[in-house]
Design a protein around this ligand. Structure first.
Ligand code: CP
Ligand code: NVA
Length: 330
């Protein structure tokens, strides 16, 4: 059956079939080729989108803005302090107002329920630019990057080190299960993903001939992995008070050259970014001073190594977000 995503929301990968994800990845590659070759594609001229951010962003905001402008769209950005939403106007009223003016709405915020409610009331496609639970546009960029590096997705061994029950851990588990990669979460058991989501991912993985594994054992997690992935230890919206416990729990899971050496010979290192791999950030410097650790989830050596594909991932945010916007608004 041909894929048609017109009018659809993009809230989490669980809502999409493997065939639909495949379609979005192929479309992303076409947009990337056009961009690289200077071929104009202002195919959505006359339409407008709004980007609502209740948390900060560099990549997601810029990717939506550039993708929108490349497609000929009008783009409005509303930052965490400059709309009435939440403080003076409910999500549902905001949705009904914005849906009258815009053809599509991007939302980055807290609970998944909020983005769902926005989508239920907007009457136009809503795209999830990150919630506490899922980060689906990041998934398309990651899958595209992996496919570019290995020429395939199915059968690859993917290991995620870190907080495996945050938005990235949850999303990567589902993305791998949908596209046939063997997913391993390597984390302390306190930070394993929720059991119901693991079960759902295992059911999906079974259909696609792959596996979902949770382990606390670093050697098991790293050995033979084709992709080693990590994320920051404390996510946006979490209180500063969790740093101490999180550092204790996750320090053994830092991605360093010992872990990369256990991985497959041609393994790549991935990270959604931003990353605390040095002390050149305010938080990085504060943590270094307070806890004596100058690098957190990944060492600077691995981050800057030839195996690191983090900036390819970052670029691919734009091409893949363009595919989502186009496929849902065309
Ligand atoms: N990876 C990612 O979502 O980055 P930003 O927080 O900068 O958007
Ligand atoms: N887990 C991180 C991802 C950032 C892209 C956060 O939510 O802050």
């Amino acid at each position: 059956m041909p894929v048609n995503l017109r009018g659809k929301n993009f809230l989490k990968l669980l809502d999409f079939s493997s065939q639909e994800i495949r379609y979005l990845l192929d479309l992303s590659r076409e947009f990337k080729n056009m961009k690289r070759n200077g071929v104009p594609h202002r195919w959505l001229e006359g339409k407008n989108i709004v980007l609502l951010f209740e948390k900060t962003s560099t990549r997601t905001r810029c990717a939506f803005e550039v993708a929108g402008m490349d497609l000929g769209l009008g783009v409005t950005y509303l930052d965490p302090g400059s709309s009435q939403m939440g403080k003076k106007e409910s999500i549902r009223d905001t949705a009904r107002v914005l849906g009258r003016m815009y053809d599509g709405i991007e939302y980055r915020g807290f609970s998944q329920d909020l983005v769902q409610e926005l989508a239920d009331y907007a009457g136009v496609p809503v795209w999830n630019g990150l919630t506490d639970q899922f980060h689906p546009t990041q998934m398309l960029a990651d899958l595209l990057t992996i496919e570019e590096k290995f020429g395939r997705l199915k059968g690859l061994n993917f290991t995620y080190f870190g907080d495996a029950r945050n938005n990235m851990g949850n999303s990567l588990m589902v993305a791998c299960a949908k596209m046939g990669l063997n997913f391993t979460a390597c984390a302390p058991k306190e930070l394993f993903p929720a059991e119901d989501l693991v079960q759902t991912a295992r059911d999906i993985a079974k259909e696609n001939g792959c596996t979902v594994t949770l382990t606390e054992d670093i050697t098991q997690g790293a050995s033979g992995a084709d992709i080693i992935y990590t994320d920051i230890w404390v996510s946006m919206g979490e209180p500063d008070s969790v740093w101490e416990t999180r550092i204790k729990l996750l320090s053994p899971y830092q991605v360093n050259s010992r872990i990369m050496d256990m991985a497959a010979p041609d393994a790549v290192f991935m990270h959604c970014l931003p990353s605390f791999h040095d002390t050149n950030t305010t938080i990085g410097a504060e943590i270094a001073e307070k806890f004596g650790i100058p690098e957190m989830e990944v060492t600077d050596e691995v981050f800057e190594s030839k195996r690191s594909v983090v900036f390819d991932e970052a670029e691919n945010r734009m091409h893949t977000i363009k595919a989502v916007i186009y496929a849902t608004l065309c």
